[in-house]
Design a protein around this ligand. Sequence first.
Ligand SMILES: Cc1ncc(COP(=O)(O)O)c(C=O)c1O
Length: 510
Amino acid sequence: MVTLHDNLQPIRPNHYYALQMPDVSAGLLPVIPLDRESATPLHRQVYAGFRDAILRGDLAAGQQVPSSRALAAELEISRFPVLDAYAQLLAEGYFESRVGSGTYVSASLPHRPGHTRPSAPASGSSRQTSRRSMLFPPYDRLPWRHGWGAFGVHQPALDQFPFDIWSKLVTRHSRSLRIHSAHNLHPLGLEVFRDAVCSYLRTARSVRCDPAQIMIVSGSQQALDITARVLLDPGDEAWIEEPCYPLVRSLLLGSGVRPVPVPVDEEGLDVEAGIRFAPHARVAFVTPSHHYALGVTMSASRRFQLLEWSRQSSSWIVEDDYDSEYRFESMPIPSLQGLDPCDRVIYIGTFSKVLRPSLRLGYIVIPADLVDRFAAVRFAMDIFPSYLFQEVLTDFMRAGHFVRHIRRMRSLYKARRTALVNSLHTEFGDLLQIHGSEAGMHLTVTLPENTGSSDVEIATRAAKEKLWLWPLSTCYSTTPARQGFILGFGNTPEDQTPAAVHHLRQVLRL
Ligand SMILES: Cc1ncc(COP(=O)(O)O)c(C=O)c1O
């Protein structure tokens, strides 16, 4: 078994790779403009090409350069001018040679940033981007989104992942590349993987599907994007939950679609309100198993109401089942898709929660008559995600490791969830209201009125102390937004929870 600390190193990739690898590619050849007709000898041209590339910062200190033989072959010249040029660069200290290893740009040269941007665009030249791109909300590197640690949302217990099994499978598939996986270009993804996903979904999620309806994508965010491209035109209306997963709103805005926020109460999406606000919306985007961010499970009567609305209005429902694997107090809730007699639900799932978000693997279950449209859109995007992890995950699932891992994580997360709820009660009494702690890898707390600061201000302050609080208000499309925090518990061991919650109290100043 790979140890906790070994596994956690990659979470700080710069640190990890600095120990093992130079941070620049070895043996890369800069563009060396050679003019065979020129009066300047070839060795001076090769010399000048390297020197200029180093001075511009295109070649970094410590970077390996090609061997003289390889460079001569690449430039289709004799080796002598290359040897002369290398000798000159060595003599002047631009290059250094390491015995038995090759020739490098001198490590002692000062670091130069690569190409620098011109300080101002040439006057009068247009640098206009599309109106469409301007519809997306700005990309902010929000501090709470990027920190790893207590309360981080969407952060699984990586140290508990069976990396030893996983890495053997990765090695096996990397070593034995089959022509089928090197060449097949099917926009639905790898067939054997779709089979494995299909049997999992039928059994564990009561999804009605056939492998031919499953499309493998790079996570549920891409699934939502492809689905919106297939179902919606600019100017169309789409229901979104209020509050909702913020990136659903972003992608709809970016597609020119008008998102219509529909309130969520203790039974889930208020379908009657949706019908009042936008009866002819083309699509409803919902998280019925575990609402993001309040954690509500949509009641049976609301599910039937929603299905009935979609039947009557010929609209579509997009079911984002992003973390259904983890329910702590009851059996898993069967999917909405499985209840739909009219095939109007597009079902979306992801491996981000059970495995890890950086894997970028998810899936769409597409109504049979829409598969061709989805495939056409997908093919014009990036065709499919890398086959390597699709193959690895197929074996991981077929051998039972996937289900075993879910089972282990369910009891681990349950214990971590309970520790968090208990600590919140101990530290805050009734000051904070807890929502949605029955499932998933996060719960939500709402703040009392008059805390003096907004949740965004508190989260910004907390991030400076390495406490990663996701402000609830950012999930709202309308004002006034409820103030609170989405608190992840997946990566926080129980014995660290009381200290983290105590820290939370200090940051909240309650
Ligand atoms: C409700 C919801 N939908 C979609 C996503 C996107 O997940 P991913 O693209 O990593 O599969 C998330 C991320 O956590 C989410 O919470």
